[in-house]
Design a protein around this ligand. Structure first.
Ligand SMILES: [Zn+2]
Length: 315
């Protein structure tokens, strides 16, 4: 008996637990079903290497892939009042928040940062669909305002990656108020003569589409992203008509003039560099392998980024 419990059982357990580990290293593409090795998938920015299907990517991973040398500084976002309506559905709102924070490791559904792309300093904000459906609560509003203010103060273009189911129901009217708030923030960037570029990712719907996601100077989308205000079923029931195939998908919206570009995620960085340099009246980026910035030099790089654009517009 002792021999079985002390020797055989641990051996059996270790064999099974050893088998479980490699399974986590593989993820299955939702579209074509191919098993993809996690490192390969990460290197390709969560785009299926077989069929090109774009899977979800966290703001942090996106920024790491986009900014030069993966170097970026987070911009502080003022913390809003917690749970002002003391909202409760099946769970209390603060409990939902805590669960989402634990799951994602982020404070809320938007990350704002500044850094350089192709040696051009920019401010970028990215919405996190895995955090309560990327819902636009007061924090997201504060994040966009913080990003816009930073862009204006430092003379940098503002790039926003949207991904949201819409408003955050738990914040009621306070969530809806983020629509005019963010619209004013975008207007501030435009009045300063700075570009505001929106990259719409899957899915961008509801109040987000009705405000800051549709106010860009340039609208780029990732392939096959769902973009719309109301859902297709609601529209079908309202107008009592069958909707065309591919309705509310990026390619359809590009054909019908709602978008300027549909660009694969792996080419997005180059595309943004080209567009932003053009809009900022800068010469085309110099292609070549620049050495990756070293960690101790990160601070002077950020300072140079702050002063550079101010010197630019004079001539
Ligand atoms: Zn695939």
């Amino acid at each position: 008996m002792n021999w079985i419990t002390n020797y055989v059982r641990p051996r059996i357990n270790s064999i099974f637990s050893r088998r479980e580990v490699p399974e986590n290293l593989w993820s299955k593409c939702d579209e074509c079903g191919t098993m993809l090795f996690h490192r390969e998938l990460r290197d390709n920015q969560n785009v299926c290497t077989n069929c090109g299907h774009h899977m979800a990517i966290t703001p942090r991973e996106r920024f790491a892939a986009m900014f030069d040398g993966s170097v970026f500084n987070e911009i502080d976002v003022p913390e809003p009042i917690h749970d002002p309506l003391q909202f409760r559905d099946q769970k209390k709102y603060p409990d939902r928040m805590k669960a989402a924070q634990k799951k994602t490791g982020e404070r809320d559904a938007m990350l704002v940062a500044e850094g350089e792309i192709g040696a051009l300093p920019i401010v970028a904000a990215a919405q996190d669909f895995s955090f309560m459906g990327g819902s636009m609560g007061m924090y997201v509003g504060n994040a966009i305002i913080a990003g816009a203010e930073r862009a204006v103060a430092t003379g940098k273009p503002f790039v926003l990656f949207s991904a949201a189911g819409g408003a955050r129901m738990q914040e009621g009217i306070l969530s809806l108020m983020q629509m005019p708030r963010t619209t004013v923030a975008v207007e501030m960037v435009k009045e300063a003569g700075l570009p505001y570029v929106v990259v719409l990712t899957h899915p961008t719907t509801g109040g987000v589409t009705a405000s800051y996601a549709m106010l860009g100077d340039v609208h780029i989308s990732e392939p096959n992203a769902l973009i719309g205000f109301a859902g297709a079923r609601v529209i079908e029931q309202t107008i009592r008509e069958k909707l065309p195939e591919g309705f509310q998908r990026a390619e359809y919206l590009l054909d019908h003039g709602m978008l300027d570009r549909v660009t694969p995620r792996t080419e997005m960085r180059e595309e943004l560099i080209t567009i932003l340099r053009m809009l900022m009246n800068q010469p085309p980026a110099i292609k070549g392998n620049l050495p990756a910035p070293e960690a101790p030099e990160a601070a002077p790089v950020a300072e140079a980024a702050v002063t550079a654009p101010e010197a630019e517009p004079k001539p």
